[in-house]
Design a protein around this ligand. Structure first.
Ligand SMILES: NC(=O)C1=CN([C@@H]2O[C@H](COP(=O)(O)OP(=O)(O)OC[C@H]3O[C@@H](n4cnc5c(N)ncnc54)[C@H](OP(=O)(O)O)[C@@H]3O)[C@@H](O)[C@H]2O)C=CC1
Ligand SMILES: CC(C)(CO)C(=O)C(=O)O
Length: 339
């Protein structure tokens, strides 16, 4: 049987990581991205690095590069890896070109991307996917995976087989809404990390920042309870226990969380990368979701709301926050119920 063909719509950090592994394994992959990003790949090729394996280098002649969604025509699988705010536009661009039966997989953070794609792409199969680990663009043409982890997707045998052949660990899940809500709890750290300006390992090693995340997660868990949402357990601890662990002193936390904190020194949240590049962030799809969910159920989420405000301020002019400063700011927001 012939190998399935792939297209990646949104060939940035995650798109290059996923598409690059598939291309390295001999799959036909069309990378669709912005002209400037595709120029870099055309000149430098693509390097996939980690701290644990030798890098994989794809020379430019091994990359099929495009800048328009029409290049996805003929793909069996289209991996959507644009930021959440770009999903509606990407879906509209794909719609005229995808044959019935094409499988579209959202490997994005946030809760609503698969639904947005389904609404715009009738007759195609849209699957929710999830990337649990961090990838950063460490230098031009290089994407670096900074921690281990297993991708997740709604079941599709062909997709799972191809990813596994490409050495992308992946698990088929039948509870993707729970997975997405569990991932959102982890993504509440994106804002804390972005405002800290620190690598993830360093930031998570500091109790004051972890306490900021714990405040966010407590509000989120209350909103989930009110909404009847059961977040999936994605790590060694149950979501309800995590805020407690986050508050432990540094030395104790390091011992307890050692297994889940195999994060190398390069790893940063995708929101940090957005702020660094002067791009809008996904804050409205992360903390913003918690604020909306809380309000819809008669609750408030002032800590998450304050972070929405702080990150929008940082989009206009970055500033970094020390852990104690940010924790004091968020506690004040909680006390006064303000954003
Ligand atoms: N990076 C990470 O470690 C992780 C990211 N994720 C999630 O994965 C998703 C992708 O993130 P990431 O890879 O970091 O984002 P990037 O911004 O690096 O990549 C997306 C790329 O797609 C481009 N793009 C947007 N719309 C289109 C379009 N219509 N046609 C062509 N290109 C387009 C963007 O350009 P432009 O900026 O000009 O719009 C950008 O270059 C997000 O939802 C993120 O939260 C999940 C887990 C980890
Ligand atoms: C992996 C994680 C949680 C943190 O880097 C992420 O999803 C992101 O950066 O967007």
């Amino acid at each position: 049987m012939s190998k399935p063909r792939f297209a990646v719509l949104g060939a940035g950090t995650i798109g290059c990581h996923l598409g690059g592994h598939l291309a390295a394994a001999g799959y036909e992959v069309t990378f669709i991205g912005r002209p400037a990003a595709m120029d870099v790949l055309r000149e430098r090729g693509l390097t996939l690095s980690t701290s644990v394996r030798p890098p994989v280098r794809l020379t430019p002649d091994r990359l099929t590069l495009a800048t328009g969604a029409e290049a996805a025509a003929g793909a069996d699988y289209v991996l959507v890896t644009v930021k959440s705010a770009g999903t509606g536009a990407a879906a509209g661009e794909l719609a005229p070109h995808l044959a019935p039966g094409t499988v579209v997989v959202s490997f994005q953070n946030g809760l609503h991307n698969p639904a947005t794609l389904r609404a715009a792409l009738p007759g195609r199969t849209v699957l929710a996917g999830m990337v649990p680990y961090n990838v950063v663009r460490s230098e031009l043409g290089t994407v670096h995976q900074g921690m281990p982890g297993r991708l997740m997707t709604e079941p599709d045998d062909g997709l799972v087989a191809a990813f596994r052949e490409a050495r992308l660990a992946i698990e088929a899940r039948t509870d993707m809404p729970g997975v997405q809500h569990g991932k959102l709890l982890l993504n509440l750290n994106n804002a804390v990390n972005a405002l800290s300006g620190l690598p993830l390992a360093d930031q998570l090693g500091r109790r004051a920042y972890r306490r900021c995340l714990a405040l966010c997660q407590r509000e989120a868990l209350a909103a989930y309870r009110a909404a009847g949402v059961a977040p999936a357990r994605l790590g060694p601890t149950a979501p309800g226990v995590t805020p407690y662990l986050l508050g432990l002193p540094d030395a104790v936390f390091r011992r307890v969380a050692a297994a889940s904190l195999r994060i190398d020194a390069h790893a940063r949240s995708s929101m940090w990368e957005d702020l660094r590049r002067g791009r809008p962030t996904e804050i409205d799809s992360l903390q913003g979701e918690i604020v909306g969910l809380a309000e819809a159920h008669g609750l408030s989420a002032p800590v998450n709301a304050r972070l929405v405000t702080l990150v929008h301020e940082a989009e206009r002019g970055p500033r970094t926050w020390s852990g104690p400063e940010l924790y004091a700011e968020l506690r004040a927001a909680r006390r006064h119920g303000r954003s």
